[in-house]
Design a protein around this ligand. Structure first.
Ligand SMILES: Cc1cc2nc3c(=O)[nH]c(=O)nc-3n(C[C@H](O)[C@H](O)[C@H](O)COP(=O)(O)OP(=O)(O)OC[C@H]3O[C@@H](n4cnc5c(N)ncnc54)[C@H](O)[C@@H]3O)c2cc1C
Length: 407
């Protein structure tokens, strides 16, 4: 294990692996360290939006991805209705995919290694040495005892709980909306279905409506990823018992999907959202991905933001001071959308709102708009009414924020 490197990346999920790949492609010395040994699993729906596909293309993983199952869009369901909403065509590819994280994350981190990064596995980062605001080294717990690695720049991509980020002063604000979600795998002859399914009508055992959603993401491997999620805030914590709900949801779906056997690998986790995290950068260090709350509040997808934020952070390695630069860059890129989306998502945690929202599913146009916003597929170049309203709403929302995203 080298004792010094130019760029040290802690956490080799999509965010960290992307940062390591892009930094190594600049010819820098890079160490990518993870507490786990790969391939490792991660609680996730495994869904890849067109934004994620665009980032994987950039990394050179497009051919591999296209050999996997691809989907045309989302089958949105609920309240006796079903709509097919194709992924919009525009600057992003007009298709999505879903790849189990054991495989996806392994692919991305191998792309980082192929680009020249040195990978160390099974080594949790446990501490950082800070000198005049700069991280000079990180201490890892290894099989041979504690080992220190010195660095010029540190990128922290250690996920939702971000233990190293916390050591550096990161605070996750759960007064702002966050997600709780569970997923499992089911065997089915329909694992190549060309649509992912999102269901907005979830009911408990008494058939009462719950403020949550369900999904089925075909993986093309003989299995689908089935999951349920809910939005919450510190004031309105989710009262949904996710595991029994997921098991019941899978049973409800059994005849339609012809499931074979029971749920496999059921697991759940929290999801930070909408940049509701402060303390995300210092002089020579920056948090990316889930550690920085880079997740879409409307649907909990964060793989694309992880990959993107890794690439963006790697472009800043020569910046003299990241303390204000990094949050400002994330705010400029995601601030408006995150501010408005988390406001909308926060409203959805209120009792009754879910029920009131049900007419939206009756109108194909509204479903198409929902999909565009959920996938954060509105770009600065878009000039249509929805894009203009979304941007204007975002500007108004961020002005009202007592704590804007990433602050
Ligand atoms: C149930 C569920 C469903 C979801 N579904 C989707 C979906 O369908 N699509 C989507 O885009 N997003 C989804 N998300 C969100 C997505 O999983 C995350 O946004 C994404 O994994 C973020 O990537 P990351 O690289 O920031 O973090 P992670 O993927 O969590 O990677 C963090 C890495 O850091 C390592 N690590 C942690 N602590 C240390 C330490 N001390 N030292 C060294 N290494 C450490 C971990 O081992 C891990 O490998 C879902 C989340 C949940 C919980």
């Amino acid at each position: 294990m080298a004792s010094n490197t130019e760029v040290l990346v802690v956490g080799a999920g999509p965010a960290g692996a992307s940062a390591a790949a892009w930094a190594a492609r600049q010819g820098r010395s890079v160490i990518l360290a993870d507490a786990a040994r790969f391939p490792r699993d991660k609680a996730c729906g495994d869904g890849l939006t067109p934004r994620a596909i665009a980032e994987l293309d950039r990394l050179g993983l497009g051919d591999w991805l296209r050999s996997r199952t691809l989907n045309k869009g989302v089958r949105i369901r609920g309240f006796g209705r079903e709509r097919l909403a194709p992924w919009p065509s525009g600057v992003y590819p007009a298709f999505g995919s879903a790849v189990p994280r054991t495989e996806l994350d392994n692919r991305v981190r191998l792309a980082a290694v192929a680009s020249g990064a040195e990978m160390i596995e099974g080594t949790p980062a446990v501490d950082a040495t800070i000198d005049e605001g700069r991280v000079t080294s990180v201490t890892f717990d290894t099989d041979d005892g504690p080992r220190r690695i010195g660095c010029r720049t540190l990128i922290v991509a250690d996920g939702v709980r971000s233990p190293l980020g916390r050591r550096l002063g990161r605070v996750w604000h759960r007064t702002t909306v966050y997600g709780v979600a569970a997923r499992a795998y089911m065997k089915t002859p329909r694992s190549e279905d060309p649509w992912i399914t999102v269901q907005f009508e979830m009911r408990d055992q008494n058939r009462s409506l719950l403020p949550g959603y369900g999904w089925v993401f075909p993986l093309g491997t003989g299995e689908v990823n089935v999951g349920v999620g809910s939005l919450a805030t510190a004031k309105r914590p989710s009262r949904m018992a996710l595991r029994p709900l997921l098991e019941r949801y899978a049973e409800d779906l059994r005849p339609e999907w012809d499931f074979d056997g029971g749920v496999r690998a059921l697991t759940s986790a929290l999801i930070p959202m909408g940049g509701a995290v402060s303390g995300i950068a210092g002089r020579n260090w920056a948090l990316i991905g889930d550690a920085a709350g880079c997740v879409n509040p409307l649907d909990g997808e964060g793989i694309d933001y992880g990959l993107e934020s890794g690439r963006l952070a790697a472009e800043l390695l020569d910046e003299p001071d990241l303390t204000d630069t990094w949050p400002a860059i994330l705010r400029a890129r995601y601030g408006l959308a995150f501010s408005l989306a988390r406001r909308v998502a926060g409203i959805a945690t209120a009792p009754g709102v879910w029920h009131a929202g049900r007419p939206t599913i009756h109108f194909q146009r509204m479903v198409d708009v929902m999909l565009r916003l959920m996938g954060n597929l509105v770009t600065d170049e878009d000039r249509d009414v929805v894009a203009r309203l979304w941007r204007a709403g975002g500007r108004a929302s961020i002005r009202l924020d007592s704590r804007p995203p990433f602050s």
